[in-house]
Design a protein around this ligand. Structure first.
Ligand code: FES
Length: 156
């Protein structure tokens, strides 16, 4: 169920772009910012309101990796698997994270506290291997340090 508060905000976004039918991506981005992801119900709602076929909307949200169709964790962990990080053992860091969180890349923990993602380069190769938790970088990592870092972000 879309809450009435969210529906109002979504309607405001639709209204803003009403005379310009082009920016479907912008609308989806703004709606995702409101809810945190794009549930099926919201996509159907947008399809009706914007008079855009659902298949077109699905095409966009499944093409761009910036869109999430499942609820996201409160904290997003990005593990760099770029070349510099790979040669310095990023695979072992990822394995340790999967073990601690009991999820695979692309998944979110059941308590919605963590989402695990992999990226090609975080732009800080000198810190390899590096992960990012929300906006914080952790570099020159070893698998032993991973748990301690994750614990800093656990709910009380
Ligand atoms: S390859 Fe990992 S930060 Fe660039």
């Amino acid at each position: 169920m879309i809450s009435s508060g969210d529906r109002e905000k979504i309607d405001e976004v639709i209204e803003k772009y009403r005379d310009d039918p082009g920016p479907l991506i912008s609308i989806l981005q703004e709606v995702q910012n409101i809810i945190g992801y794009l549930p099926e119900e919201v996509l159907s709602y947008l399809s009706r309101k914007l008079k855009v076929p659902e298949s077109k909307i699905w095409g966009v949200v499944t093409f761009y990796s910036q869109f999430y169709l499942e609820p996201r964790g409160k904290n997003t962990i990005k593990v760099c698997l770029g070349t510099a990080c790979h040669v310095k053992g990023a695979g072992k860091i990822l394995d340790r994270l999967k073990e601690i969180l009991r999820i695979k890349e692309g998944e979110t923990t059941k308590d919605l506290n963590f989402s695990l993602e992999t990226v090609r380069c975080l732009g800080t190769c000198f810190l390899a291997p590096v992960i990012m938790v929300n906006k914080d970088y952790f570099g020159k990592l070893t698998p032993d340090r991973v748990e301690q870092i994750i614990n800093q972000y656990r709910k009380d």
